[in-house]
Design a protein around this ligand. Structure first.
Ligand code: ZN
Length: 191
């Protein structure tokens, strides 16, 4: 379990946290959990999400468990800085869908004393590292990898297997087209 610290006003150094994993691993649930704890600590916070993800209500980030928080939808990483109003905590969901500029944006915010919390898919449906996630995992102070449960054997799952034939990297609004698999079952089924 990730344990955060809340230093007093004016004493916070910034840092970057990444929550990564496959689909159905609880990434967004963990992001929302950390944000709610920051709210209890009276920290000003803002949550950004890429506009590509419209599978639920436009301005909310909703976990599969149904908990939700209001989010600011942005078109690219630059709009995160433009919409940042000195909040001490900046959360970013679906980080894998952002451009490479997100790495500089996160460093810039952390250097200004902001706690940056990112959640994202570390691999696409082919098992390839997704978008800016590899770099974000490298520059983060804290990395949490969460796991789903393999629907074939019950072991820990890290692959998001696509059950349909589409070949695009991004299929918006298609959660039902994926199932979590462990390495052994993914290799058996996907190849
Ligand atoms: Zn399995």
């Amino acid at each position: 379990m990730f344990l955060e610290q809340f230093p007093g006003e004016g004493r916070q150094h910034g840092w970057i946290e990444v929550i990564c994993g496959s689909m159905f691993s609880g990434k967004t649930e963990e992001l929302i959990r950390r944000m709610k704890r920051a709210q209890f600590a009276n920290q000003k916070l803002v949550l950004f999400k890429p506009i590509i993800d419209d599978r639920y209500h436009e301005e909310n980030v909703v976990s599969h468990q149904g908990t939700s928080l209001k989010a600011v939808p942005v078109n690219d990483s630059r709009e995160i800085l433009e919409n940042w109003k000195n909040e001490r905590v900046v959360a970013i969901d679906e980080a894998q869908f952002f451009d490479e500029g997100l790495i500089d944006v996160c460093n810039t915010l952390a250097e200004k004393g902001v706690r940056v919390i990112l959640a994202g898919l570390d691999m696409d449906y082919l098992g390839v590292p997704f978008g800016p996630m590899p770099q974000l995992l490298s520059i983060a102070e804290y990395v949490t990898k969460v796991h789903a449960i393999c629907v074939s054997c019950g072991n820990l799952a890290q692959f998001s297997h696509r059950t349909t034939v589409e070949k695009e990297q991004v299929l918006v609004g298609a959660v039902e087209k994926y199932k979590p698999l462990c390495r052994a079952c993914y290799n058996k089924i996907a190849h």
